[in-house]
Design a protein around this ligand. Sequence first.
Ligand SMILES: Cc1cc2nc3c(=O)[nH]c(=O)nc-3n(C[C@H](O)[C@H](O)[C@H](O)COP(=O)(O)O)c2cc1C
Length: 319
Amino acid sequence: MIDLNGIQLRNRLVTSSSLLGYGAPKGRFAITGLSPLVNFVDLRRFGAVTVRTVTEQPREGHFTLRESWGPTDLPEFFRLYRGALQEADGGWLNAFGWSNIGVERYFDEYFPRTSEQNRILSLGGFSADEFSSLVETVNRRAKPGELAAVEFNVSCHNVNFDFSAIIEEVLRRAVPASRFPVILKLSPDFDYLEHARLAEATGVAAISAINTVKGLRLDPATGAPLLKNRYGGLSGRAIKPIGLRVVSELREAGIKLPIIAGGGVRTFNDVREYGWAGADACSLGSEAWLKRIWSLPFAPLHALHIRRLIGQVEGWSPR
Ligand SMILES: Cc1cc2nc3c(=O)[nH]c(=O)nc-3n(C[C@H](O)[C@H](O)[C@H](O)COP(=O)(O)O)c2cc1C
């Protein structure tokens, strides 16, 4: 076990919020909702699995909450999916807009089924009241040891909200109220040095950096935005240098909190690079889990790569 300021991780490789949905498929096999690669990777082997951001109430966001799709509905499913996620310039642009089933349904339907994983639960809200209420719900529904941490997502572009306006009150009220260590997730598009200082002053246990980078893609022929929300968050290989910059600048600014770093991580060398920049652990996101449809038959091979990566990180400590 690794102890990051009270956060217990099985090793230094966690998964990034949402890339593995709620940590388990709806049915027996993963087809939609989380990467089909998980059919070939034992999620219990990760340092922790970070669950998709959940809110107080269920939200459609810019996608849908519908869960069953027949063969004739597939064109509609893919239309919605393309409006929320597109491959773009060495990365992925997404705007699901916190499409999620809500915190209570997460605890009813997925929490009991993922009890053997080490879990981090991501929470999202638009006010200190919402975060305080989410923390109360988590305190009530999860026993000590059942979650490694909660992660506050106050850095997402896809919900078109200025989190800078609420972050201080959120941290001052909700962090001391949480029975579980709190991770603050930072965005390179907000004042992340200021937010990290606030985190240190308010008892946050660790920082997660970085969330996606705000981006835009347009249809070159018509000028129409590729995503339904117009803007989206860029993830994957394209943002790795930005993630490294943020981690390094946090350390240069004297931030001492442990950093769980992510942005474009795919290989063991990426993990080592983030370690040199100042990270204590790494998170595996788009590069590992988002694959083009045509490559799905190769899922067992991709999964082999992920299993090997976990093995390499198990024997690694930064710097
Ligand atoms: C499809 C998709 C959905 C995401 N949803 C969330 C989310 O619900 N909450 C969150 O904090 N981050 C979310 N993220 C951001 C990732 O957790 C991660 O911080 C980001 O993608 C950068 O890492 P990567 O380049 O390794 O993917 C999402 C990313 C993608 C690609």
